[in-house]
Design a protein around this ligand. Structure first.
Ligand code: NAD
Ligand code: ZN
Length: 246
């Protein structure tokens, strides 16, 4: 059922164990492109499809090209001249947590913007561009070190290759983050899903663990799972959250 902002407000006011599950669409209003919108990365022309370039086998076989793409398309918005900032959706979710109403943000995003907004319990299913480790000695590096490196970033201690702590296609998700996410969703009285096309598995399958009757979908386009939602609002998530009184 399509609902109004007033109805969304009422549902939030009546809940005290809210879980938010989001994707790339949560950060588009911060200037970070998603994958599947019309101006997303999938609609740009690259030598290989983004899914190939962000796969484990491509990383292993074509590290130079992987880092060209990674630095330009994924690190630019964090480390470039105009770093992305949290938008109204990130800020409202942090405020809901501070008020004790929201228990967890589960995100497929790797941009760290929920934490930048002040959210504490953020379950990052696909890792974060902000964490990077040497594949040989494990030393950790900031994203700016990788961004500034020419070619494949190398460890300044042992010379090993540095890999971002980002889950690539063909790689498994962290078991402990998955089980904490399942538990949060099972315990939630309200589940808000926003800015995700719900096509990337196993992340998208998480919503099947919700047992309540307040599943709200906030998305710009229709998603693969619209029919599962109790309520939906189609629009820009930052604009929608900015109209709520929290
Ligand atoms: P997706 O690109 O498949 O889908 C994004 C969805 O969000 C689309 O359905 C689109 O209609 C919607 N959307 C876009 N802007 C919106 C807005 N302002 N308000 C409401 N909805 C909006 O993204 P996904 O489902 O997250 O899956 C893609 C994968 O891409 C994820 O695994 C994620 O790790 C990765 N990714 C992350 C980032 C990031 O960290 N910011 C950016 C791009 C891709
Ligand atoms: Zn090293």
């Amino acid at each position: 059922m399509e609902i109004s902002i007033e109805k969304l407000q009422e549902l939030i006011d009546g809940s005290d164990n809210i879980v938010f599950f989001g994707g790339a669409g949560v950060s588009t209003e911060s200037g970070i492109k998603d994958f599947r919108s019309v101006d997303g990365l999938y609609h740009m022309k690259f030598k290989y499809p983004p899914e190939t370039m962000l796969s484990h086998s491509f990383y292993v076989r074509h590290k130079d090209e992987f880092f060209d793409f990674y630095k330009d398309k994924l690190l630019e918005c964090t480390c470039g001249e105009n770093p992305a900032k949290p938008n109204a959706a990130h800020l409202a979710l942090a405020k809901l947590e501070e008020k004790g109403k929201l228990k967890a943000v589960i995100t497929q995003n790797i941009d760290g913007l929920h934490q930048a907004a002040g959210s504490k319990n953020v379950l990052e299913l696909h890792g974060s561009v902000l964490r990077n480790y040497c594949e040989d000695c494990g030393k950790s590096f900031e994203a700016s070190y990788l961004y500034k490196a020419a070619g494949v970033p190398k460890c300044d201690k042992c010379g090993g290759d540095i890999k971002p702590d980002v889950v690539l296609y063909e790689e498994g998700l962290d078991n402990s983050i998955m089980s904490r996410s399942v538990q949060a969703i099972q315990e939630a009285d309200m589940l808000i899903i926003g800015g995700t096309s719900l096509v990337v598995y196993p992340a998208a399958g998480l919503i099947d663990y919700y047992r309540g009757s307040k599943l709200v979908l906030i998305n710009f386009d229709a998603t693969a799972r619209d029919s599962m939602a109790d309520y939906s609002i189609h629009g820009k998530i930052g604009e929608i959250f900015s109209q709520l009184k929290i």
